[in-house]
Design a binder for this molecule. Structure first.
Ligand SMILES: [Zn+2]
Length: 281
């Protein structure tokens, strides 16, 4: 019988808790476990390599994800991330191009109109901006309810965000990703808007929501070469969006995904002019 050397016990980061909303204590414990892993392996060359390997592992957190790189992504064929529920499945209304605040199609004379990007979307999107859906609450909040508010109250042509995540962690297609969003005043051109259902000044995001957001961002980072992650309040300081209970997760996700935090990546993109007859959506 061969001697089998004893297996070394690898120090692994604690997995992000799932199944219920994270308490501050659980979130802190998770963060501390990541830090402990990082600190534990950095005392030798071998240790450093192990540290780097573990850091990469902790950055992925969900190691089964394979990013689908699409370097020549064009607005004509934008793939949806995996497991995203399309607009048709939540009975989205088509855009209303008579909407008062987003009237018609953008032009030099009408810069706030509906703008369909042309060219490589990966050269346009640099920053994902996180929102909460206040006043729509986490449990039972729907994309259609948000769309109704944005169309009827805000007078926008469509829901303002490109993606939404409900309390159960389901991810939904929002505004067509080929179209400029309506969610970050003054910084919409080139910003990718993601909303989590909830009023996170009062309630907490569910762990399923945070994990789904991480998976979505991981895919978007690969597909669109995102470099930055920000909360809405960082662009527009007069808002508390996405709420005090969501803000700590933005830092954790930024670190775990190898992104940079804040507005520093935002450069108004050199977008090509509106295609003639831009009625893709
Ligand atoms: Zn917001």
């Amino acid at each position: 019988m061969r001697n089998v050397p004893p297996r070394r016990t690898r120090q692994r980061p604690t997995a992000m808790p799932v199944g219920k909303p994270l308490s501050r204590r659980e979130m802190l414990a998770w963060l501390v476990s990541l830090s402990a892993v990082a600190a534990g392996g950095a005392c030798s060359i071998g240790g450093l390599l192990a540290f780097l390997a573990r850091r990469a592992e902790s950055a992925a957190l969900i190691p089964t994800i394979t990013p689908q790189l699409t370097p020549n992504l064009t607005p004509t064929v934008p793939p949806l991330p995996p497991d995203v529920i399309p607009r048709s499945a939540w009975n989205a209304l088509p855009p209303d191009h008579t909407a008062a605040e987003e009237f018609g199609f953008a032009s030099a004379e009408n810069p706030t109109g509906w703008f369909v990007y042309s060219g490589d979307l990966a050269a346009i999107y640099t920053t994902a901006v996180i929102h909460h859906s206040f006043p729509i609450l986490r449990d039972g909040g729907t994309m259609r309810a948000l769309q109704d508010i944005h169309r009827n109250t805000r007078q926008w042509a469509d829901i303002g965000y490109h993606f939404g995540i409900d309390g159960a962690g389901k991810v939904y297609e929002g505004r067509d990703i080929r179209v400029r969003g309506a969610s970050v005043a003054g910084y919409n051109t080139g910003s990718l808007g993601i909303v989590l259902m909830g009023n996170f000044e009062q309630e907490a995001p569910s762990s399923a929501q945070v994990v789904a957001l991480q998976r979505l961002l991981y895919w978007l980072k690969g597909a669109y070469r995102l470099t930055h992650l920000a909360g809405h309040y960082e662009f527009n300081p007069t808002t508390v969006c996405p709420g005090r209970n969501m803000r700590p997760y933005i830092g954790i996700l930024t670190e775990s995904l190898g992104l940079q935090r804040g507005t520093g990546g935002y450069v108004p993109p050199k977008v090509q002019s509106q295609p003639v007859g831009a009625t893709c959506c």
